[in-house]
Design a protein around this ligand. Structure first.
Ligand code: PIR
Ligand code: CA
Length: 312
């Protein structure tokens, strides 16, 4: 049984891995890729999305550019992690901007959800939630029509952009608030989950003998990502955050989730952008939001390795 998905992303090292899984998994049908300013400027992450598609021969799948900044605040990118290009150290073909879809990403999201049969499209946001929030406001009928939203973002225990806030939600908290509050089914694949998907050296070595564009790209991504995580985060083995969200859509048995109301803190001083998950057992009933808690780590890497091995 195949699942149709739309990936809204800001590539980015781990977004690039998420893209590879979405392009390659035999039970996923990637309908479109949309971009949003986040890890780097909109221009740069859009260039990266194009370059990745070109390198992997996937230019038949629409790619559309979206919002260049959060709803309220200016964009503060994560170039300290992903570099000046957003994919520093990764050799890619020059982007051909003529391949871009002429529509705005928000319209691609709406058109895709409204054209496909009701209840069949899963939205997978792996960057700030600006495009998704704008789509909800422009065409509220998408809320009832999607299958679900499986997003990488948030955290219930510990943040990365602040002590309590995760980067994607911290970057556009108002947009995240709209998305968590819309009433559709949202699964938060937050840092609690993604920090279980660490690309330690033995994992990175598994990709060594893939003699393909995707294999080379993966090695360059993981080497550079590992270097910055070691240097800046003092963490050995970078978490491939965004790939976890795609993996969950491809195989829900990989990730344990629990229902919990989630709201986004907008007014806190020290807590702005925090995803406040109410995990008290008596509050679970009727929740439309879910938090991902446990990853089947070995099977996750098997899936990633298998998918990347299928690509040219
Ligand atoms: C931002 C990211 C990753 C690491 C840091 N330090 C900052 C990006 C990833 O692309 C992912 O979507 C999310 N934001 C993790 O916070
Ligand atoms: Ca991302």
């Amino acid at each position: 049984m195949t699942t149709k998905l739309l990936l809204d992303c800001d590539p980015g090292y781990d977004d690039a891995i998420a893209l590879m899984l979405a392009y390659a998994h035999p039970e996923l049908e990637l309908l479109a890729v949309t971009t949003v300013g986040g890890n780097q400027s909109l221009d740069k992450v859009t260039a990266n999305a194009l370059s990745i598609a070109q390198a992997l021969g996937k230019t038949h799948i629409p790619i559309a550019r979206g919002a260049d900044r959060p709803l309220v605040e200016p964009l503060r990118d994560a170039s300290f992690i992903h570099g000046a290009t957003g994919l520093d150290g990764v050799a890619l073909p020059a982007p051909d901007f003529a391949l871009l879809d002429s529509r705005h990403a928000v319209n691609v999201i709406i058109d895709t959800v409204m054209q496909e049969p009701a209840g069949t499209v899963t939205l997978v946001p792996t960057g700030p939630l600006t495009n998704i929030a704008l789509a909800v406001r422009l065409e509220p009928r998408i809320v009832e029509r999607v299958k679900e939203v499986v997003l990488m973002g948030g955290a219930y225990a510990m943040g990365n952009a602040s002590p309590v806030a995760e980067f994607n939600v911290f970057t556009d908290p108002e947009a995240a608030h709209i998305v968590f509050d819309a009433g559709w089914k949202v699964t938060m694949v937050g840092l609690d989950l993604t920090h279980q998907a660490r690309a330690y050296e033995p994992i990175r070595r598994r990709f060594n003998d893939l003699d393909s564009a995707a294999g080379r790209m993966t090695r360059e991504i993981l080497t550079n990502f590992a270097d910055t995580y070691r240097r800046l985060r003092r963490m050995d083995g970078p978490p491939v955050h965004d790939a976890c969200a795609v993996a969950l859509v491809a195989d829900p048995s990989l990730v344990a989730c629990e229902p919990a109301p989630v709201t986004v803190e907008l007014h806190g001083g020290a807590t702005r952008g925090m995803t406040v998950a109410d995990r008290r057992p008596d509050r679970a009933a009727g929740a439309t939001t879910f938090v991902a808690t446990q990853l089947a780590v070995d099977r996750f890497w098997d899936l990633a390795f298998d998918c990347i091995g299928r690509l040219p």
